[in-house]
Design a protein around this ligand. Structure first.
Ligand code: ADE
Length: 590
């Protein structure tokens, strides 16, 4: 689109919406302002502007103000241009034709409901409404609309939503009248109702798009699609500082080397309930023993549980084996590379599916766990309860919208790393070290230690138990737990419900056919599971002929064999110590 008869001038003042005074070649001229918006941040006294001389010498005002410089950027201000520009672009450019393929008819101005919509198109049977909005408000690369309240624009959005419900297609096309901006977002400061109407329209199926323009004094053309941010703009703005910070500050962790899907998966499952430092040795051992999906699918259960011994939440590893078998059967042993396929695997929820998708395959999928929820709820100053599934889902949707396609892994890992190193739980966030502090609402409002809000977990049930060490010379008794329920399939020291007195302990030993020679009371111990807490006392019972007389199903072995070959959960750590059995990581802490 070209302009003729263009001249430069200096803006002086704007006495009303329609006219401005501009100095042109040393003369103060009255010029027509071709923009109904306020443009107050652009039309400041002394601003360099472009004016166009009218081709009608009879006109009272001989000049039209059509563009203004803001720093190095030339911004078109002619309100009539966006409409014409989009029409020309759709009809005459390859990109425009690709935007709405198959257009058979295009005409300006169409009345739908009580509104006039800028363009109407047909593509075969399809009817398409296109509302064009010119955008001139820019700040730090972010462009927003409207720059002043506009009820008419709200009405337009409502009409477009109604049209979609009736089976039409509808587009809101924001023409950003300048070049080189970062993203478009509705202006929630001057007119939140428009932003809400735009979001509703998008949710109803109206296509929302924004394009910037190459602007010269004498021409303007549509250039490039600009991201549209309808969710929280803060999340969009954290992208660059977060990725830059992560790349400089990330910890070297074993699962960050060669992050293929199997390795990422194993690490993320281990890390779900367990601290990084505790996971490290398990991770190395697990990969050495079961280096790929096939090995995991074929491993005997006892081997699996032994590798997991001490990590807790043993269903995690059972589910991993189920998933490995699924991969063998359904994907020929190759870890799937589509988010939906990964999500369909046993024991994999949206967090793990997102982590594998992003870390191993670079797919722009969010990985939202409790730590990421904490970081995001502080960034947004949100008091919503992060324990609610709906809040997690919303956070996933919001992050999904902003994940950079070329840095999905570093963006996600950046959030995780920030939660681990800086945005710490409780009253301890290290805001002075935070690369996002300048964007953080909680920081601005001073409420970072009050967030996130989370409903308290239900109180754990406390269960009293008595643990026995039955010994006979070099032999001790262990037994296998049932295949269902808590610690299913693991091995344990014999134990019963309740706190037994010495007499009761002796009586129990005799009941199961043992002959106690010496009984010693051991100390107390406590172990916390997710929903239950064991409050334990213990007895060391020296017996005669352990193996021969016992009527319970038990295994009689040398403690060293128990340590090496049987998975015993760390709930028994204290009592296992009396047999010099070390469990889980204890065994490797030399
Ligand atoms: N916690 C959960 N996932 C993690 C990861 N990939 N790196 C560090 N800590 C984590």
């Amino acid at each position: 689109m070209r302009y003729e008869r263009i001249q430069e001038g200096t803006f002086l003042e704007r006495p009303n919406r329609f006219i401005a005074y501009v100095e042109i070649e040393g003369v103060k001229e009255t010029v027509h302002v071709k923009n109904t918006g306020r443009c107050a941040e652009l039309l400041v006294p002394g601003a360099r502007v472009c004016v166009q001389k009218s081709d009608n010498p009879q006109r009272k005002t001989q000049w039209d103000l059509i563009a203004v410089w803001k720093g190095e950027r030339l911004i078109n201000m002619d309100s009539q241009i966006p409409n014409a520009l989009v029409r020309e672009w759709l009809e005459e450019t390859e990109e425009g034709r690709a935007f709405l393929p198959g257009i058979t008819y295009l005409k300006p101005e169409y009345t739908f409901g009580n509104s006039r919509i800028d363009l109407y198109a047909e593509a075969g049977e399809r009817k398409i409404l296109i509302e064009v909005k010119g955008v001139t408000l820019e700040e730090d690369g972010v462009v927003r609309f409207p720059d002043a309240p506009s009820e008419r624009a709200v009405k337009h959005m409502e009409e477009l939503s109604a049209a979609v419900k009736e089976g039409w297609e509808a587009v809101v096309f924001f023409v950003v009248q300048m070049e080189g901006v970062d993203f478009f977002t509705p202006n929630m400061d001057t007119h939140p109702a428009f932003g809400e109407a735009l979001k509703k329209a998008a949710a109803a199926g109206v296509r929302v798009t924004a394009w910037d323009c190459h602007v010269e004094q004498e021409s303007i053309s549509i250039r490039r699609e600009v991201p549209v941010v309808l969710g929280e703009r803060i999340l969009y703005e954290i992208r660059k500082p977060l990725v830059d910070w992560y790349r400089k500050n990330k910890r070297e962790l074993p699962w960050r080397e060669h992050p293929d899907a199997y390795r990422v998966w194993v690490s993320e499952i281990m890390l779900q309930q367990t601290r990084v430092e505790a996971v490290k040795p398990y991770y190395e051992r697990f990969l050495a023993a079961l280096p790929d999906v096939k090995a995991l699918a074929e491993a005997p259960e006892d081997v699996l549980l032994k590798l997991w011994e001490g990590l807790g939440y043993y269903n995690r590893v059972r589910n991993m084996q189920k998933a490995a078998r699924q991969i063998m059967e359904e994907y020929g042993g190759v870890f799937p590379d589509r988010y939906e396929d990964i999500l369909s695997l046993s024991g994999i929820g949206s967090y793990t599916a997102g982590a594998v998708s992003a870390f191993a395959y670079g797919l722009p999928r969010p990985a939202v766990d409790g730590n990421v929820l904490r970081v995001v709820s502080r960034l947004l100053g949100s008091r919503e309860d992060i324990m609610k599934a709906s809040v997690k889902r919303k956070t996933e949707e919001e992050l999904q919208e902003v994940i950079p396609a070329d840095a999905a892994s570093d963006f996600n890992q950046g959030l995780i790393e920030l939660g681990a190193l800086v945005c710490l739980p409780g009253g301890e966030p290290k805001c002075v070290q935070c690369p996002l502090a300048h964007l953080c609402r909680a920081k601005r409002e001073g409420i970072q230690s009050e967030l996130p809000v989370r409903t308290k977990a239900k109180k754990r049930r406390v269960e009293k138990r008595t643990v026995f060490i039955f010994r006979d010379g070099d032999t001790a008794a262990i037994r296998k737990r049932p295949s269902k329920g808590l610690l299913a399939g693991l091995y344990e020291l014999p134990n019963v419900e309740g706190h037994l007195t010495m007499e009761e302990a002796v009586a129990y030993s005799k009941d199961i056919g043992l002959v106690p020679v010496r009984v010693k009371k051991l100390g107390e111990a406590r172990h916390i599971f997710s929903h239950v807490e064991w409050d334990m006392v213990g007895y060391l019972v020296q017996v005669d002929e352990l193996e021969k007389s016992c009527r319970e199903e038990m295994i009689f072995i040398h403690p060293r064999t128990a340590q090496e070959e049987y998975a015993i959960p760390s709930a028994f750590e204290k009592y296992a110590g009396y047999l010099k059995i070390r469990l889980g990581n204890e065994r490797y802490r030399e």
